[in-house]
Design a protein around this ligand. Structure first.
Ligand SMILES: [Fe+2]
Length: 135
């Protein structure tokens, strides 16, 4: 069984305090889903978590704006990944509302993949562009 994710400032920081704050929260939510999966799954709690994760998409706009300002290469691909995140998450929410816990594992796999393959492999590599300028 996978152990819970834990935040590591050196390895996980995007360089931007707000984005890091949201990413720490994402770790908490993924860990919370793991705990729910080991108990009787409470649909209301899962839907609340999914709703919060959908709201995370708003922060993608901040990231895109900062990356655009630096004319970062691969920006179109990055934006497309953000679009796919929101589409897949909304799709999963719809299925969860119709079918309940049958897609529970899919939610966790999707979020873990997002964490490991987008945040840790893409966002973090743009740290120098996401870090707020010092006054
Ligand atoms: Fe991103």
């Amino acid at each position: 069984m996978r152990t819970d994710f834990t935040w590591n400032q050196d390895e996980h920081s995007t360089g931007h305090p707000l984005l890091d704050c949201k990413n720490k929260r994402m770790i908490e939510l993924i860990n919370q889903l793991h705990i729910l999966g080991r108990e009787d799954i409470d649909n209301d709690v899962v839907l609340t978590i999914l709703g919060e994760l959908v709201e995370f998409a708003d922060d993608h706009l901040l990231e895109e704006t900062l990356l655009s300002a630096h004319n970062t290469s691969g920006l179109d691909h990055h934006k497309h990944s953000h679009t796919l995140y929101l589409e897949e998450l909304c799709h999963i929410c719809d299925i969860y509302e119709k079918e309940g816990t049958s897609v529970f594992e899919r939610i966790i796999v999707f979020l873990e993949n997002w964490w490991m393959n987008h945040i840790l492999k893409e966002d973090v590599t743009h740290k120098q562009f996401l870090r707020p300028a010092l006054a």
